[in-house]
Write a protein that binds this ligand. Structure first.
Ligand code: HEM
Length: 412
């Protein structure tokens, strides 16, 4: 519940009964056959607890772009069935802009946006490549390594720490705390974990506050310095700044790791695709993109109807939530030819929805794409004999990814 202040919909998306069913151990391994069954019920249906579930590409696409839906509850009564669901959204903390509707969403997103502009992203390439090479040097020296904890995990953490302007001395502590908060995406399962999470969130806020003080004295060309200026100019409050930093940190920690992990797994599971990438490493752009369609890290998000409305012929009532199953949209045969085939040369017939759509479209998408491309290219170029050394272990949450993936670098 606490972490919802930082990660909002991603955590909440794990609340729908349908998602809970998707997370049964069989479905967790491979939720896609279950999605296909759900799509056969018409693409948008009311589940047994009354929550709406959008599973077809078109319905997911349309909900995300329809401004009659938002991420916050509208003023006025909430249907009884959803009172608890809605209360869980209210943590008492200042929400990040991921969980805000306009006009606050517009104002805060605009302040964070410059960090992800095309020129900035171009400038990050050298940093991403250097971090990738450093990590692979170490992994290669080991011969057998964990693709997640030795490579896919640390890479985006290094990049986001640098981007935010977190000094090296702090990175280890940030990393530890960020991981505790990030792991709460898998659900808070014990009182102990709950307290650890609360302590971590408090410490994270204190660290960011100290960093803001530091940036006032020693400004840099980094996100926290820019947000500190915005704060000092009265464009955002310090609480809003802290929520933005927390969102960027967790988004940076917990998503791209799974793009790299899921992509590597799909490539090793499909030897012809892996061979094609090794043959032509420029296909890394397509490999990252195809992974996002085929096995996206964020499987679902939630929207709330702001008024009684007729949506695709269905009566959706005010403040009724709709679970938007992004992972299902990417496998919809109405939108993609042979959707269950992983094909890195595929020219996407249309945009996948792995980064959502509409006004909440992932702000970090260009950075995630860059990291995914550089990482998959480097694996193909530097570790052509990469092979699975043991079955990977899956995360247990609405975030789809691996906790462990032992691999070997194979013969030299
Ligand atoms: C929003 C996915 C990487 C920053 C989102 C949303 C999705 C998403 C699905 C929208 C959720 C919704 O509509 O309710 C992903 C995936 C990533 C990734 C799959 C990696 C493969 C990143 C990175 C950053 C980032 C690296 C930044 C460091 C954000 C921010 C938002 C967001 C700030 C909020 C946008 C808004 O509400 O206007 N992401 N993300 N993401 N993401 Fe990402």
């Amino acid at each position: 519940r606490l972490a919802a202040a930082r990660v909002g919909n991603w955590l909440l998306s794990a609340r729908g009964d349908e998602l809970a069913r998707m997370e049964s151990s069989r479905n967790r391994l491979d939720p896609y056959p279950h999605y296909a069954r759900l799509r056969s019920q018409g693409g948008l249906y009311r589940s047994s607890i009354g929550i709406w579930v959008a599973t077809s590409y078109q319905h997911c696409h349309d909900v995300l772009r329809d401004r009659r839906f938002g991420v916050q509850a509208a003023a006025g009564p909430t249907p009884r069935a959803f009172e608890r669901f809605m209360r869980e959204r209210e943590t008492g903390d200042v929400p990040s802009f991921l969980e805000l509707d306009p006009p606050e969403h517009t104002r805060l997103r605009k302040l964070a946006r410059p960090a992800f502009g095309p020129a900035k992203i171009k400038g990050y390439r050298a940093l991403v490549e250097k971090a990738t090479m450093d990590l692979l040097d170490r992994a290669q020296a080991k011969g057998r390594f964990d693709l997640i904890s030795d490579f896919a995990g640390p890479l985006p953490i290094r990049v986001i720490s640098d981007l935010l302007g977190i000094p090296d001395a702090n990175t280890t502590r940030f990393l530890h705390i960020g991981q505790i908060v990030g792991q709460s995406l898998d659900g808070v399962r014990s009182v102990r974990q709950f307290h650890a999470l609360r302590a971590a969130e408090t410490e994270l806020d204190q660290m960011f506050r100290k960093l803001v003080e530091h940036k006032r004295i020693e400004p840099g060309d980094d996100v926290i310095t820019h947000l500190t200026h915005a704060c000092d100019n009265g464009e955002m409050t310090i609480e809003e700044l802290l929520a933005t930093c927390g969102l960027l940190l967790i988004a940076g920690f917990e998503t791209t790791v799974n793009l790299i992990g899921n992509g590597t797994l799909a490539l090793l599971d499909n030897p012809a695709q892996w061979a094609a990438l090794k043959e032509n490493p420029d296909l890394a752009v397509g490999a990252a993109e195809e992974t996002l369609r085929y096995d996206p890290p964020v499987q679902a998000t939630v929207r709330v109807a702001h008024q009684d409305l007729d949506f695709a012929g269905k009566p959706v009532g005010r403040n009724e939530p709709v679970l938007v199953v992004l992972g299902s949209a990417g496998r919809d045969p109405q939108a993609f030819d042979n959707p269950d085939v992983f094909d890195i040369t595929r020219i996407h017939e249309r945009d996948h929805l792995a980064f959502s759509g509409g006004i909440h479209f992932c702000l970090g998408a260009p950075l995630a794409r860059l990291e995914g491309e550089v990482a998959l290219r480097a694996l193909a170029e530097r570790l052509p004999h990469l092979a699975s050394a043991a079955p990977p272990e899956r995360r247990a949450s609405g975030i789809r990814g691996l906790t462990r993936f032992p691999v070997t670098t194979g013969r030299k």
